[in-house]
Every structure is written in structure tokens, then in C-alpha cells.
Design a protein around this ligand. Structure first.
Ligand code: EPU
Length: 336
């Protein structure tokens, strides 16, 4: 049943842990419940925001509108053959719960994305990615409620227009769609991907390639570098890795011969963490917020700070990188 709350605290609904509130919060557990919101005055009029795990969000003030949490909880195998399985998964399922279940069942495709915070419904929005894999590699399609017509619609993988940390849901359909179900195509045949960084070496040390060992290696790497939101407020990578033209990268490399970079389409991606570290900002602290000491593209809250302070620090970081390298950083996190 739909649940509705007024002046609802959001402290536990954003991984920065900022103590803000929403004028109205609605929890919906099914598609008919979401469709019902067409005639809900709080939802239909005024500002709205769809909330997944709150792990890619920065609230800079109270939210003067209506927040919807889609909490559909199904994990339903469809089209189950010897070679592959298609899974229909509800938007409210915790992402890592899904990854863990798939690894247990011997279904390949999600293991490199272990331990990413957030919900299944949020995964297509920014095409989550880590350790050489992206959600788009396994998403067959996405079902959503269109908030203009209040009808259920479907987009195939191609129609979702996935890009690096991007999709149609971040662009044309921003604030216009409530993702309800994500369809994943997973393989039952081994197809491992351990080419990222030292993953292959770690997996070897754990006893060789298997779903469990890849998951263990990814979990250990993430725990070693990325702060746990339960212990220190953060929203993962605060910035995207910037993309620069090859010629610009060559110019930069003349001045910074040790600059890491990765070929990406027609250009080159440079790790934002490296750029920020070179500016001397890794571990920098400004009052209650700072740049994480182990991974410079993560901004953290040490408690008691505000979203405004994080945003001011983000601006300082962008300015420093622009001054030193002439490279513009783009935020990965959604600022609300
Ligand atoms: N680096 C530094 N200093 C730092 C951080 C990174 O020099 O403080 C350099 C190193 O050269 C390192 C390289 O950056 O070899 C890459 O670092 P890492 O493997 O940690 O990856 P990343 O490019 O910094 C991206 C994603 C992460 C994801 C990792 C692993 C983005 C914006 N971030 O970070 O995603 O976990 O790769 O695949 O693309 C997230 O989106 O929230 C997130 C954590």
C-alpha cells in the first residue's frame, strides 16, 4: 500500500547523511500504486524527485516538493535456458543484494559491479560502472512509468542511449520517468572480465577465475579505497573522469609524463582522482568536509557539515584542476 509522510527526514535516505527533510515522501510498492499518483495532489503538482538509495545525491537544502521511493522488490527469472537467463528485477531491490544472488546462482555479468551502493532502479540512470564493466553490458531493457502520460513504457538497451555514467534518464527523461523494472540478460557460461588494473592478479591469488573470486577481489578493492557511507558520508565518485582529445592529452603528457590515461572512443580519459591529487588536494579538509585521503575523486563528510560546504569544496577542486591542467571536471553526483 502507498505510504505517505509529510516533513520527512532524509538523513537516512542520502549517503552523505545530511540532515535535511522533504515536504512529502511517498513509498510505492507496485506499478498500480505509482499510476495512482496521477491524482495525488502532492505528487502531481510541484517539484518531485525519484529516490533510489540516495547514494548519488547531494542535498544542499530541504527538498520543497515530493520524493517518490519506488520499492518494487521482485527478482524474477524469465526465459531461463541452459545458456542464459533473463531476470526481471524490481527498482527497489538493493543493487548488491542482486549481485550477491546472481553470483550464488552462477549467473555471469554483474560480479564486477559488486558492492556498488544504491538500488536496481538507479543503475540504468547513470549506467553504473566499475572494474571494467558497466550496467549497460547486461541491461536488455528498462520499464518505467512515464510521468507525462502516466502509462507504462519500455525502452530497449539501445533506446536507453547509455554512455559513460549517462543515459536518456539523465537527459531527455530527467524527472519524467519512474523506473519500475530492469531486465538483465545474464550468461550461465563462464565469461570473466578481469582486465581492469590489478584485478586479474588479485583473482589469481584467491585461487583463479570464478564468480566468487571476482566478487571477493572487487569487494576487497572497494573496501580498501572507497569510504563506507555507514562510517563516513559520501556519494562515491563526486566527479566523472574527464574526456579530452588525443592532441590535448599529448600536450598534457609533455608537461606531466607520468599522467595515467585510458583510450576512450576518439579521445582519452584521464582519472579525475589523479588530477585532483596532483593539485595537492587529496586528503584536504575544509571544516566538516573533505577530499577522501585514499581516493581523491570522492568527497566526504566527517559529520555535522552541509551539502553547501561539499559544493563549495567541489568548486574549489574544479577551479584547481582547471588552473593547473586546463581540464574541466564534470560532477557525477546529482546536486538537489
Ligand atoms: N588515481 C590517483 N589518485 C587517486 C585516485 C586515482 O592517482 O586518488 C589514479 C591512479 O592512477 C589509478 C587511476 O586513477 O590507477 C584509476 O583509479 P581507480 O581504479 O580507483 O578508478 P577511477 O577511475 O578513479 C573509476 C570509477 C569508480 C570505480 C573505479 C573502478 C568514475 C568517475 N569512477 O574511478 O566509480 O569504482 O573506476 O572501476 O568513473 C563511482 O562511480 O562512484 C565509483 C566509485
Amino acid at each position: 500500500m502507498l505510504e505517505k509522510f509529510y516533513s520527512h527526514p532524509l538523513k537516512n535516505l542520502n549517503t552523505f547523511g545530511f540532515d535535511v527533510s522533504a515536504r512529502c515522501l511517498i513509498r510505492a510498492y507496485s506499478v498500480p500504486e505509482i499510476l495512482q499518483l496521477r491524482s495525488d495532489r502532492d505528487f502531481a503538482c510541484g517539484k518531485r524527485l525519484v529516490l533510489g538509495g540516495g547514494s548519488n545525491l547531494l542535498f544542499t537544502s530541504d527538498f520543497d516538493g515530493c520524493i517518490l521511493q519506488p520499492l518494487l522488490q521482485n527478482i524474477s527469472p524469465e526465459d531461463d535456458t541452459d545458456a542464459r537467463v533473463r531476470l526481471r528485477v524490481g527498482a527497489g531491490v538493493a543493487w548488491d543484494e542482486l549481485v550477491s544472488r546472481c553470483v550464488e546462482r552462477g549467473w555471469h555479468g554483474l560480479e564486477n559491479l559488486s558492492l556498488i551502493p544504491g538500488t536496481v532502479g538507479a543503475c540504468p540512470v547513470q549506467n553504473i560502472g566499475a572494474y571494467g564493466a558497466e550496467a549497460k553490458d547486461v541491461i536488455e531493457g528498462v520499464e518505467y512509468v512515464d510521468l507525462d502520460s502516466f502509462t507504462v513504457k519500455y525502452l530497449s538497451n539501445e533506446q536507453c542511449r547509455f554512455g559513460y555514467r549517462s543515459s536518456i534518464f539523465k537527459k531527455e527523461l530527467k524527472d519524467k520517468a519512474v523506473i519500475t523494472q530492469v531486465l538483465f540478460g545474464l550468461s550461465k557460461q563462464p565469461r570473466y572480465n578481469t582486465s581492469y588494473g590489478s584485478l586479474s592478479e588479485m583473482v589469481k591469488q584467491l585461487g583463479g577465475e570464478s564468480l566468487h573470486n571476482i566478487r571477493r577481489a572487487v569487494v576487497a578493492t572497494r573496501r580498501g579505497k572507497l569510504p563506507d557511507p555507514a562510517e563516513m558520508g559520501n556519494a562515491g565518485s563526486f566527479f566523472k573522469n574527464p574526456f579530452v582529445e588525443k592532441s590535448a592529452a599529448e600536450e598534457l603528457r609533455k608537461r606531466h609524463p607520468d599522467m595515467p590515461s585510458f583510450a576512450s572512443g576518439s579521445g582519452v580519459k584521464i582519472p579525475a582522482g589523479w588530477l585532483i591529487e596532483q593539485c595537492g588536494l587529496k586528503g584536504a579538509r575544509r571544516g566538516s568536509v573533505g577530499v577522501h585521503p585514499k581516493q581523491a575523486l570522492v568527497l566526504v563528510s566527517y559529520g555535522g557539515g552541509t551539502g553547501g560546504e561539499v559544493l563549495a569544496l567541489a568548486r574549489e577542486v574544479c577551479q584547481a584542476v582547471r588552473d593547473k591542467f586546463g581540464v574541466a571536471l564534470e560532477l557525477e553526483v546529482n546536486v538537489v
